[in-house]
Design a binder for this molecule. Sequence first.
Ligand code: PMP
Length: 549
Amino acid sequence: MSKFDHARFRAQFPLIGKAPLNPNLVYFDNGATTQKPSAVIEAEGAFYSSANSNVHRASFSLAATATDLFEGCRTKLANYFNAEHVNEIIFTKGTTESINLVALSWGQTYLSKGDEIILSAAEHHANIVPWQLIAEKTGAKIKWAELLPSGRIDLEQFEHLLTNKTKMVAINHISNVLGVINPVREIVKLAKQVGAYVLIDGAQSAAAIDVDVQSLGVDFYVCSSHKMYGPTGVGVLYGRREILDSMPPYQTGGEMITKVTRERTTFNKLPFKFEAGTPNIAGVVAFSKALDFIEQFSLKGLSFKNELIDYAYRKLSEVPQLSFLAEGKPDIPVFSFTLPQHLQDISAVLDSKGIAVRAGSLCAMPLMQSKGIEGCIRVSLAPYNTFEEIDYLIESLKRVLASDDEKAPSEAQQDDICADEAIMRDKFKSAGSWDLKQREIMLLGKSFTRMARENRIDEFLVQGCESKAWVTVSESNGHYFFEGDSDARIIRGLLAIVFAAFQGKTQQEILAFDIKEYFDSLGLIKHLSPSRGNGLNAIVAYISEQLTS
Ligand code: PMP
């Protein structure tokens, strides 16, 4: 096998840049979506400029070209997953829709009161909520497979969950939080002993490891193109033919019918029965290129990925305050951990250094609850990432950890800050780069006078902030005064900025104040992430509401 040419591989991704370290963008959120290679980006454009037509229904040659390209992807996917029949591959808009399709269509046919569905403690919400809804409708019950300290499903406990009422086992192949491969073959074997069906959520595995649906013996396998170097809005449902044949349509309309009269409709055969309406044709055509790309660079068996895992695991393990969510090295380069600082504070500082990581519950709240945490930081790598980027992350994490030691402004300086919005404007004008502005916000958050703990109650909670924020308003002689608090230092910093504009003013002055111009002049909004930008607006909206209600 020829050696992996990392530089050539990285150069395929226009957003990442060619240098091993681009401090403006270190993309470590590959678990959420991978970046796209030029071949995929170009394929989508090329479809629209040279082959655009609807598929299946028209009788002219352009439509035949479009249909061939579209169906070509289905054939590739059937080979990719080693499906027995090409019509076992259904196009959806993503993993989420694929699971909803099965839960609704299969669930309404096969589930009844008292039946059991087994999920694991590490499922993505996409593989929990559809089952909860169908369980509620049908009277079925959900049982939970627990995890070993390594993050893998505990087979012994799983085996005890199985009964002759178990109808569905729906679990991930690789968790988006823990990055470990579950023992799917053993799970299928045990599930089949009680006659249960098995759905595997392959969102994180389909581009990472070899998947042979026949050899695994699964009934359903689902994934998303956008986590496989392909475009968004395209997903796959693999289902065994006889089961798909026995399931009713999920959505109805054009394409999925053979005959419609005023009285009744007969449905099309597989796979079209489950593909109502015009699909994302250009997306599917570009997805075809992504599958070629995975093959061209032998991405599944790439030994470089192991080098990345080893390096990142070793470097992260050297950060003493860092605590991983699972024990040991993951199987794919996905690392989830907590640090003593608030998640929002960590991700905000990393963002100011150009590092994109995920912070929060990672759409796996039940897993966070079982770990007794609100969320975590996830660093998920792809083979275009570099050792230099990992070093840069570690350096930046160390800066975050050291930032608690930074000197807060003195009390006199603090009074100045709170007294006047003009001082705030000056402060931020002199902090030119976003990195420096971010540091100012964190320093403001550090010196911010916190609320009495007893006031941190739901009554004063600002809705719309990702982290908890509380605000109280008091009035004296027509002038308004504010107190506030938040778990996250960055939010306390933002509160300080808002309060500097409003503190001690009259209702008329506050309502007339041009807050947008103020935020713009500080250079805040365009840099704040959507959640923190919305948080800032939520604080302002809360204050106006309090003044006008
Ligand atoms: N399951 C897992 C394991 C995932 O990682 C994701 C995406 N984060 C999903 C399901 C949902 O995928 P999509 O948003 O593409 O439907």
